[in-house]
Design a protein around this ligand. Structure first.
Ligand SMILES: CNc1ncnc2c1ncn2[C@@H]1O[C@H](COP(=O)(O)O)[C@@H](O)[C@H]1O
Ligand SMILES: [Zn+2]
Length: 346
């Protein structure tokens, strides 16, 4: 089997995908033609092959995309397109995350924002897309305590009313802004109510105190965790906590290389955690902004770290254990993987 075909056909689980960072070039074209007066060019919404930016510049890209995605119609189209693209890439289970923005930015209340994403998920299901999609409501760390609490309250409401589609809360946003201690009460409340937590942790250096504090919750998954381990200025005690609590880590290779928090693919912390035998899940983060897809991320991990097709299969299968969806979904996915195995290894 051709290598590219293997990675596309490989059934995959995507657990770390920000909706507005996942908008493809084709969808951006449609948005630009809807809003020519904004004078936005495609080069402003994506970081191409071989290009690198500072994390600061990455966050500028999100601001541009948010200008393009500012109505209910846009959000519905973006979410529908993103889900179908993941499905076409062989993703069988997807947890999308997105930040409900202020009403002044979108004309939509935060509640309607969430409803619109849910509508897109239901639409794709009705149209028979071969992908199970769940939603994490995201907290942007820059917005502080009050907004975080408001977001958690909404997430709780939707956890009960969305037929299991809203499963958790994400903490993301510019890691240089704000402090986790201000968000701890909201995150604790989310956890107490049964929402799962995926937290961006140590995406930049020198956040040991914050990471230690947030690990005390503990989160159900960690996003990036780039600077947790001692070789890059983290600490053994942080690593021990993550290992003891078996908290899976979502790893996004291209995002970290293009966002310049990791010097090159071969120095990515995938190696550290994979060699420890710790649960790691390969993810895209922002497939649109970083011009990648999940097949490509698996292929990059394999070629960089010398993983066989069998090892890659195991990696994608083990990701099933890390989903926030219920046990029954894990079983269904296991069956799907078992059914597809002979096709990939004939
Ligand atoms: C590159 N590393 C990253 N680190 C932290 N947060 C990130 C991120 N990439 C994306 N986001 C978060 O996702 C938002 C865009 O999607 P949504 O509008 O929510 O769908 C960004 O504004 C940021 O808050
Ligand atoms: Zn992220």
């Amino acid at each position: 089997m051709d290598n590219d075909v293997f990675y596309r056909e490989l059934p995959k689980v995507e657990l770390h995908a920000h909706l507005n960072g996942s908008v493809s070039a084709q969808t951006i074209e449609k948005l630009i033609s809807r809003k020519p007066h904004l004078n936005i060019e495609h080069s402003m919404t994506a970081i191409g092959k071989g290009q690198r930016r500072t994390l600061d510049e990455c966050f500028e890209v999100f601001r541009v995309i948010h200008k393009l995605v500012d109505t209910e119609e846009d959000i519905l189209m973006v979410a529908t397109d993103v889900i179908k693209e993941f499905a076409a890439d062989g993703v069988k289970y997807l947890e999308l995350r997105s930040t409900p923005r202020e009403e002044r930015d979108t004309g939509l209340t935060k509640k309607t924002y969430i409803e619109t994403v849910i509508k897109a998920i239901q639409k794709c299901k009705e149209e028979g897309a071969d992908i199970d999609v769940r939603f994490l409501v995201a907290i942007d760390r820059r917005n502080g305590t009050e907004v975080a609490l408001e977001t958690v309250n909404l997430a709780e409401e939707f956890m009960l009313s969305s037929d299991g589609l809203v499963v958790g809360v994400d903490l993301s946003g510019d890691p240089t802004v704000g402090h986790g201690k201000d968000l701890l009460p909201a995150l604790q409340k989310a956890k107490n109510s049964g929402l799962k937590l995926s937290l961006h942790l140590s995406e930049i250096p020198s956040q040991l105190d914050e990471s230690d504090l947030l690990l005390s919750l503990p989160p159900d998954r960690i996003g990036h965790g780039t600077f947790l381990h001692p070789e890059v200025g983290g600490s053994q005690s942080l690593v021990n906590k993550v290992v003891q609590k078996k908290i899976p880590i979502e790893l996004c290779l291209t995002s970290n290389v293009k966002g310049n928090t990791v010097p090159c693919y071969s120095k990515h912390h995938f190696k550290y955690w994979y060699e420890l035998g710790h649960p790691t899940v390969i993810c895209t983060d922002d497939k649109g902004v970083f011009c990648t897809d999940l097949s490509q991320e698996y292929q990059l991990a394999a070629s960089t770290f010398g993983l066989s097709h069998e090892a890659v299969w195991k990696l994608s299968q083990q990701a099933i254990d890390c989903i926030f969806g219920p046990e029954i979904v894990k079983q269904q996915l296991q069956e799907k993987w078992n059914d597809l195995h002979p096709q990939l290894f004939k």
